[in-house]
Write a protein that binds this ligand. Structure first.
Ligand code: ACO
Length: 401
């Protein structure tokens, strides 16, 4: 529904569009999304094709540079990333300062910001070469920060990666390697992780991506823009929904698995409860990512031999919602976050790390959007407002108030 008001402000005409529901903030050639038909394409390639046939590093290259890489291009990108895979040891002191109870998203956002102090040349990126250097640096160091964030929480030593491995396998090893234990590759796990990262890699002008572009538009630098994006993603109405979904499914299961009771709560306007993982600002028929993830959840749990009752609770809720007038009328369908947490849980990732995994997947999308914004020389983002406060008032001294 169009809900734009046009109001006359002192300086001319200003449109008010709460939540920017119908306002385009930029022109972009990265991601195409048709919410009515449930289509998602990165640089013209369908998400279904990419999830099945590509790997995450190829998709990252595609998003950032616009074309699928050939063998040489991919090898160079991979080698350039590996050459930057160390994080300054001093960063460990910053991580040390956080209590173990700190939420990983807050830690990750802080570490990403702290990285600027150790890589000052990543800020001033007026040439494409400087931009490329900043991009490979963060592609290399971000997974280390993700792994450290989780390992700190679990009381594990902070290690670096293994340059002989592929990008996603290396991430998995950095997260799960245990002292005095040989790391064993499990292809099912690596493939599932790769697929999840691809499905999260970009989604045009959502809340966190718009944040990255608007912060970047002040020329604050890539890492500062990403740090802001991570904070935006943290919220339960955005990336934080994947943690919220799993906590909701667990609560429903512990409460006896009565999905009808929770459906009723979700529909009750007096009750703040929402069915987490349902609804989307743009998708109004289905979220193509949710379809792929639902299938992957079945496959991963099957091949890992896990029988998670929470998957049944999730399927039960989906089935009821699809037959319920409230959800049908409002076009509320499962979104990408509804089934992703079930897979993350099966992979042994702690619940409060789920949104961090989303950030890891979204990294190339944020980078691509930031790069596009800089290359297009977009002006600083500076929305207007319509002032509705007091008119001029005379100042009163404190004794007279
Ligand atoms: N459960 C119950 N009712 C819902 C839900 C839900 N999950 N989502 C929307 N509604 C209802 C609203 O109450 C509203 O009803 P009304 O018309 O009677 O007032 C109507 O559907 C429209 O909802 P809005 O909040 O106006 O839709 P909006 O586009 O602003 O919000 C959002 C989209 C934030 C995703 C919302 O659907 C939501 O809160 N979902 C749950 C959180 C979630 O899963 N977020 C992840 C989104 S995907 C992502 O970020 C990766």
């Amino acid at each position: 529904a169009i809900d734009i008001k046009t109001l006359r402000a002192s300086t001319g005409m200003v449109t008010i569009d709460p939540g920017f529901k119908n306002t385009g903030s930029c022109e972009s050639a990265i991601t195409f999304l048709d919410g009515e038909k449930g289509i998602l394409r990165y640089r013209g390639y369908s998400i279904e094709d990419l999830a099945e046939k590509a790997d995450f590093l190829e998709v990252a290259y595609l998003l950032i540079f616009g074309e699928l890489p050939n063998k040489e291009q991919l090898a160079k990108f991979d080698a350039d990333i590996k050459a930057e895979s160390n994080v300054d040891e001093e960063m460990k002191k910053i991580l040390d300062g956080f209590p173990k109870s700190a939420h990983p998203m807050g830690v990750l956002s802080s570490l990403t910001s702290a990285l600027i102090a150790f890589n000052p040349s990543s800020v001033d990126v007026d040439s494409e070469g400087a931009m490329y250097n900043a991009i490979v640096r963060i592609m290399a160091k971000f997974p280390v920060l993700v792994a450290w964030t989780m390992r700190k929480k679990m009381g594990l030593p902070l290690d670096y990666g293994d340059d002989s491995l592929g990008y996603v396998e290396n991430i998995h090893k950095m997260m799960f390697k245990r002292p005095n234990k040989e790391y064993k590759k499990d292809s099912t796990v690596i493939e599932a992780l790769d697929k999840l990262l691809i499905l999260h890699a970009d989604h045009e002008q959502n809340c966190s991506t718009s944040t990255v572009r608007i912060v970047g538009s002040s020329h604050a630098g890539l890492f500062a823009s990403l740090s802001a994006g991570i904070s935006a993603l943290w919220g339960p109405l955005h990336g934080g929904a994947n943690q919220a979904v799993l906590e909701m499914l667990e609560a429903i299961q512990e409460d006896g698995g009565d999905t009808k009771k929770y459906m009723a709560k979700a529909k009750d306007k007096e009750d703040p409860f929402r069915l987490m993982g349902f609804g989307h600002r743009v998708y109004k028929n289905f979220d193509p990512r949710a379809r792929i993830i639902k299938k992957a959840a079945d496959e991963v749990l099957g091949s890992l031999g896990i029988d998670d009752p929470i998957l049944e609770v999730a399927k039960g809720l989906e089935k009821e919602a699809l037959e319920d007038d409230y959800f049908v009328k409002r076009k509320l369908y499962p979104n990408v976050d509804f089934y992703s947490g079930i897979i993350y849980r099966a992979l042994g990732i702690p619940v409060d790390m789920f949104t961090v995994m989303f950030a890891l997947g979204r990294l190339p999308g944020w980078i691509a959007q930031w790069r596009e914004m800089r290359l297009r020389k977009e002006p600083i983002g500076r929305p207007r407002q319509v002032y509705i406060g007091e008119n001029h008032r005379d100042f009163k001294k404190i004794a007279d108030r």
